[in-house]
Design a protein around this ligand. Sequence first.
Ligand code: ZN
Length: 82
Amino acid sequence: MHPIRILILAILFYILYRVIFGGKKKVSGKTEQLPPNEDVLMEDPVCHTYVPMSSSLKTEKDGKIYYFCSQKCCDAFKEEQP
Ligand SMILES: [Zn+2]
């Protein structure tokens, strides 16, 4: 192959790479958003650990929802405040 052809191919590859890479960068920028409500960290009122809303135990008391890391903390909270 002629050396100039290789050079042209290299430039084309570089441009293609830049276009793909630039496009990916824009997409990753778009995904930089706040996490959905379900993944918000909530404080466990018993052990004061932060647990993701989606994987926590929930208990409603006086119209307020409390989040716990485990059933043990949930039970302790219920015992504390009858
Ligand atoms: Zn806990």
